[in-house]
Write a protein of this length. Sequence first.
Length: 140
Amino acid sequence: MGILTHILGGWHLPLNPLDQINQPPLEFLQVQDGLLLIVGVFWTTSYILSCRDAFRDRSYGIPLLTLFFRTLGTGLIVTMHVWQWYNYPQDHPIMALPITLYCVFLFEGADLIYPFAFTFISKYETQQKFEKKNGDKRLR
C-alpha cells in the first residue's frame, strides 16, 4: 500500500468504462483523480488572477494575436473533445461532456467577453477623466 492509500483511504472518482475493465491499482486511480482536480482548480485560479491583474494594471484585455491563437486552440480542443465523446467510449464520467462544456465556457466565454468588458470599462474611465479635466459639458 502506498502513501496516498493511507491518506485518502479508498477514495477515488467513479471508474470510467475502460478502468472498470482494466481494474488499475487504487493508488494509480488516486493520482489520476488528484491531477484532474488540481489542474481544474489551478486553471480556474489562473483566469481569476489574470482578470484581477488586468484591472490592476489597466491593460483591459489581451493582445489581438493572442486572442486569435487562444480561440483557434480552444476550437480545436473543443472539437477534439466532442469528436472523442461521440466516437469513443466515455473516458471518464467527469471528462466527457462536462469537460467540453467547461472548455467552451471557460475559454470561449472568457476570450469573447473580456475584451468587450475591458473596452467598456476603459471607455467609462476615459470619459470620467475627460469630465474631471474639462468639466461636465454634456447638454442637459
